[in-house]
Ligand binder design. Structure first.
Ligand code: SF4
Length: 284
């Protein structure tokens, strides 16, 4: 069971994304309860929002943790709360879990996706502040980071009132400017594939340096040995994409869950702080 203790938090600073990583030890398994599941390739069961998954144990641990993919719960292996789980559990709700305090459970489950949304923005803003070509907008990025961090501490009632979509749009405008500044560093003509349908596309060895791949559908695409340096990959769907030997160093706005949903190997080059998923091990 998660230990109950005062959870002191350091503010998010550029280059430091430790607070934005899931700490399941200090979370009341909110991702196993708050969202609804529908039977699909990602989930073996239907479940309503706010209903605990039947595999969740009394100690807030998963009963099938080592067999998630085999048991049809691939969606759980690629989920990332960006550290929202521990903040909602320990900071916003003061370490009182939803079993002990059923009167606040509904509020906790509704607050969780809002804080997750804000933490995702914190992740991207923190990355943007490490990108040298974006230095001319560092002040605006820093202000957006501080404001987003402040919102995550504004309490359950205020969070439920928050217009997250409007805040997200403001941050997204800054991330777009960051993207343009970074991709301008690539001298040759860059591909604009924003939102493109590239499902199953044969892109082996392609030069996609500086490409705009925001929200592109790359499900099952063959990207072996492709060069995606300085490409904007925010929201790109890499489910089942083949990233063996792909160069993703200096790509921007790539997150771990995108890699977790793809296939790659030790030759796949990644930007820090991302890591090779364990299910890539042993793939040639
Ligand atoms: S299968 Fe395990 S990780 Fe997935 S929702 Fe259920 S308890 Fe959580």
């Amino acid at each position: 069971m998660s230990e109950k203790h005062d959870h002191e938090e350091e503010p998010t600073t550029p280059g430091d994304r430790l607070n934005l990583r899931a700490d399941c030890e200090n979370c009341f398994a909110l991702c196993c309860v708050a969202p609804a599941f529908s039977v699909s390739a990602d989930f073996a069961i239907n479940k309503d929002a706010g209903q605990a998954c039947p595999h969740l144990q009394p100690n807030f641990r998963c009963g099938i943790h080592t067999r998630l993919r085999q048991q049809g719960f691939r969606g759980c292996t690629v989920y990332d709360c960006f550290g929202a789980g521990q903040k909602v559990s320990q900071v916003i709700f003061g370490g009182q879990d939803w079993r002990q305090a059923p009167q606040t459970a509904k509020q906790m489950f509704e607050v969780f996706p809002i804080v997750r949304n804000l933490h995702e923005l914190l992740w991207y803003l923190t990355e943007a502040l490490t990108l040298q070509p974006a230095h001319q907008i560092y002040d605006e990025l820093s202000l957006a980071l501080q404001e987003t961090e402040r919102l995550t501490h504004s309490g359950p009632a205020a969070l439920l009132e928050l217009d997250v979509t409007a805040h997200r749009q403001g941050v997204n405008a800054l991330l777009l400017r960051t993207s343009e500044l970074v991709r301008a560093e690539v001298q040759h003509k860059k591909k604009n594939l924003r939102g493109a349908d590239l499902i199953g596309a044969k892109l082996k060895g392609s030069d996609l340096r500086g490409a705009n791949l925001r929200g592109a559908y790359l499900i099952g695409a063959d990207l072996r040995d492709a060069d995606l340096r300085m490409a904007d990959l925010i929201g790109a769907d890499f489910r089942g994409a083949d990233l063996r030997g792909t160069n993703l160093t200096e790509s921007i706005f790539l997150i771990q869950s995108q890699l977790d949903a793809a296939k790659g190997n030790t030759k796949t080059k990644l930007p820090p702080p991302l890591t090779h998923p364990t299910h890539w091990h042993g793939i040639e």
